[in-house]
Design a binder for this molecule. Structure first.
Ligand code: PLP
Length: 384
């Protein structure tokens, strides 16, 4: 037997394993299951993107090792897209790095900037990659709880000064997974000021900027004055174009941060298959046309889900962005107890809030990435 390294032994238990076990048990009893647990869109990638990729796959000039930082043409499209979408100026040469999905970049960032003993500010509930990547780099996570009374924004005045002095990176993520909260310019201004004062990097995870509803349109952290002095933004084609399986994303902003991340990547991976970059470039260049129908589908599902949850008497805010609902667990239940009940009695899989970190206790997350939303909605209406 080979003993795994401490960094693996120290990983938090895989919370979804218990859900998977329960799911199998319930399925065995013959109950039909609708999975609203995973945040992976069921909608296929737009056909035009697939066609561009097919042609690019056949082109032998795409068959060799790609450039580590990404094809210039792809990085240029990332920069152009930030200009048209957010009016942010980005230099494609040294302010963009392509990523094998933004998860890859998020996971590698601490390796570039965190020394043992350094702190990383991590939101919870939140994407588990932030604390795990911090631990892998030998750093310590300082948990910033996201609480309803603060609109699920971290209360930065609560972070102790001795932690701030040892902080290298702050992770933030708006529109937020799992709470669906959004951030405005005032919040970004505050954290930029803090980052300048204590000399740390802001890593803004903007994976959901193109999944928005009604009149609301999310902003980029990089739109705010001074953002590029202190940080980068991670973006992903996964949610924007239903391309989760393709593994393509990018980081852009501060060039020292981009260079640091690039350095780690040069020593670990060899970039994204060029045919996928060609398809990604096409997607970004035609973003509005390709993203609009996707948004429309999620908007319909969001409206149906909001109506159903309201009818059933659940406590929640209708999301302005993301494909998640962050819902209060009814009185008398823990998150785990209630999600178990939903599964056993209604055949509906939802994610217990504490799976995203202890401050998520008391909530559950619904993901509307399932085509059977109408049936799910019927079952949820009778859940309480
Ligand atoms: C989906 C998601 C990502 C992006 O993942 P990819 O690796 O780009 O597919 C990043 N952050 C959050 C919070 C997410 O939910």
């Amino acid at each position: 037997m080979f003993e795994v390294a401490e960094r693996i032994q120290n990983l938090p238990p895989y919370l979804f394993a218990e859900i998977d076990r329960l799911k199998a048990e319930v399925a065995k009893k013959g109950l039909d299951i609708i999975d609203l647990g995973v945040g992976d869109p069921d909608i296929p990638t737009p056909k035009e993107i697939i066609e561009v990729a097919k042609t690019a796959v056949e082109d032998s000039s795409n068959h060799q090792y790609p450039s580590y930082v990404g094809m210039f043409e792809f990085r240029e499209s990332c920069a152009n897209w930030y200009k048209t979408r957010f009016n942010v100026d980005i230099e494609p040469n040294d302010e963009v790095v392509s990523l094998i999905g933004s998860k890859e970049g998020i996971a590698h960032l601490p390796l570039a900037f965190v020394n043992p003993g350094d702190f990383v500010l991590v939101p919870a509930p939140g994407y588990p990659v932030y604390p795990v990547a911090t631990m892998f780099a030998g750093g310590n996570s300082y948990i910033m709880p996201l609480e309803e009374k603060n609109s699920f924004l971290p209360d930065i005045d609560k972070i102790p000064e001795d932690i701030l002095k040892k902080t290298k990176i702050m992770f933030i993520n708006y529109p937020n997974n799992p709470t669906a909260a959004t951030a405005d310019e005032g919040f970004y201004k505050k954290i930029i000021e803090l980052a300048k004062k204590y000399n740390f990097i802001i890593a803004s995870d903007n994976a959901y900027s193109e999944i928005y509803y009604g009149d609301y349109k999310p902003m980029s952290f990089l739109e705010v004055d001074g953002a590029k002095d202190v940080g980068v933004e991670f973006h992903s084609l996964s949610k924007t174009f239903d391309m989760t399986g393709w593994r393509i994303g990018f980081a852009l902003g501060n060039k020292d941060v981009v260079a640091g991340l690039g350095k780690v990547k040069t020593n670990i991976d060899s970039g994204i298959f060029q045919a996928i970059q060609v398809a990604g470039k096409y997607a970004l260049d035609n973003s509005e046309t390709l993203n609009k129908p996707i948004r429309k589908i999620f908007q319909e599902r969001r409206d149906q889900m909001a109506t159903a949850l309201e009818k059933a008497g659940f406590e929640f805010k209708t999301p302005k962005a993301t494909f998640y609902f962050w819902v209060k667990v009814p009185k008398g239940f823990t998150s785990a107890e209630f999600t178990k009940k939903m599964l056993e009695e209604k055949g509906i899989v939802v994610t217990p809030g504490n799976g995203f970190g202890a401050p998520g206790e008391g909530y559950f997350r619904i993901s509307i990435t399932n085509p059977r939303i109408k049936e799910a909605v019927e079952r949820i209406k009778s859940a309480l």
